[in-house]
Design a binder for this molecule. Structure first.
Ligand code: PMP
Length: 399
């Protein structure tokens, strides 16, 4: 493991905390990540130095806040390989999916194609408005993408798919999916909540039309996030929220909308959230996303290796580390310790923090015939020792 990554842990103040006298092994990054010092500093600096509203005031601090806010948009665009005019700030992936679902004007007779492995946030926004057709899964829960071509009908309006699954850890073949969809004139929405913090990104290369992610899954503040919408789409979408900040002019008769992404950002935005998000992305840029990806593969390999030494434990998702982000969801042996009790014991007795339950992916758990899973998810601050401690502690609990 490279020296840079071993030093990175010190940049996350939360990880200096101990639980029961033990160093924390934070393996709950798929739920949310600890925040690095750079993000905390950006928040503090905003509040202490220039906490003005953006795009409204004319005084010096308002200008400074507005400039930094727009510089954050540039940082997000750079992170995604997009241009700034294609970036809408949101409160996270859930809001982005809801925005696109509303903005496309989906009607009950329309169909959105999904996989059976989607997070509820990439299922319910569509299902509330129209019909869905769902790609089947194999016995490990991995979507059977070969079946995708057969799901398109004349009513298909969109394909909505995860970049990486929050349960399977599986990375979706986005380029192939986009090619299939585009050959039929259908756009692709990517739920990047679990992909963005792990995988080097270029939305042009992925050829997706929409890409959404959440700040808190990559070191940023809660309630921050962004939606990429390819320029031609952005121009065609209808705003879903109305109010100040999105209009160039309002008179008694009507209003003239601002051009560009600000049309979708009515009201005072989450300024500090956006600035914190940019700080998180800057840190990832400094580390280098190819390095993050490589580190993730090593952690994924280590997680799979630990699982191989857990008797009777079933792994959901692919067995190949290269097909995964560093996340494993495990079904514990029946009639043994349940996942929730295991997670609480790992925390209280070992200082190892993981998730347990159905991870907002009930249909996936139902399809796999699994009541609940124990999920360990690593990120840039983790090392092989964290993974080993997880494996060792769980082995002890199962025995
Ligand atoms: N999609 C996936 C795959 C996720 O893991 C999550 C968060 N658990 C979401 C969507 C929703 O993200 P947020 O709650 O930040 O909107």
């Amino acid at each position: 493991m490279s020296a840079d990554f071993s030093a990175l842990r010190a940049q996350f103040p939360l990880l200096a905390r101990e639980l029961g006298g033990r160093r924390i092994a934070w393996l709950d990054n798929a739920s949310t990540t600890p925040r690095p010092r750079a993000v905390l500093e950006a928040l503090r600096e905003y509040h202490e130095q220039y906490s003005a509203n953006v795009h409204r005031g004319v005084h010096a601090l308002a200008a400074e806040a507005s400039e930094r806010f727009e510089a954050a948009r540039d940082e997000v665009a750079n992170f995604l390989g997009a241009s700034s005019s294609e970036i809408v700030f949101t409160s996270g992936t859930t809001e982005a999916a809801n925005l696109v679902a509303g903005a496309l004007g989906l009607a009950p007779q329309d169909e959105v194609l999904l996989t059976g492995a989607e997070h509820h946030s990439n299922l319910l926004p569509w299902r509330q408005r129209c019909a869905t057709r769902v790609l089947e899964l194999d016995e490990r829960g991995t979507p059977l993408y070969a079946g995708l071509a057969g799901l398109f009908t004349p009513r298909t309006r969109l394909v909505a798919v995860h970049h990486a699954s929050n349960v399977l850890g599986a990375i979706a073949p986005l380029r192939e999916i986009s090619a299939l969809a585009h050959a039929r004139g259908i756009p692709v929405f990517v739920d990047g909540a679990q992909g963005a913090g792990h995988l080097a990104l270029d939305v042009r290369e992925l050829e997706c039309d929409f890409y959404a992610f959440s700040g808190h899954k990559l070191g940023g503040p809660s309630g921050s996030g962004a939606l990429y919408a390819r320029e031609d789409w952005l121009e065609r979408l209808a705003p879903q929220r109305w109010g100040g900040g999105m209009v160039a002019r309002v008179d008694a008769q009507g209003c003239e909308l601002r051009s560009g992404p600000q049309r979708f950002e009515a009201g005072t935005p989450n300024v500090e959230g956006v600035l914190g998000l940019a700080a998180a992305l800057r840190l990832l840029r400094e580390i280098g996303m190819p390095q993050v990806e490589q580190h993730g593969r090593e952690l994924a390999r280590a997680l799979l290796e630990e699982r191989a030494h857990l008797p009777g434990v079933r792994l959901l998702g692919p067995v190949d580390a290269a097909a995964r982000i560093p996340l494993v969801a495990l079904a514990l042996p029946p009639r043994g310790l349940d996942a929730e009790t295991a997670a609480r014991t790992l925390s209280d007795a070992f200082g190892v923090l993981v998730s347990a339950g159905r991870h907002c992916a009930h249909p996936l758990h139902d399809a796999c015939g699994v009541e609940a899973t124990l999920r360990a998810s690593a990120w840039v601050h983790n090392d092989l020792d964290d993974v080993r401690r997880f494996g060792e502690a769980l082995r002890g609990l199962i025995a």
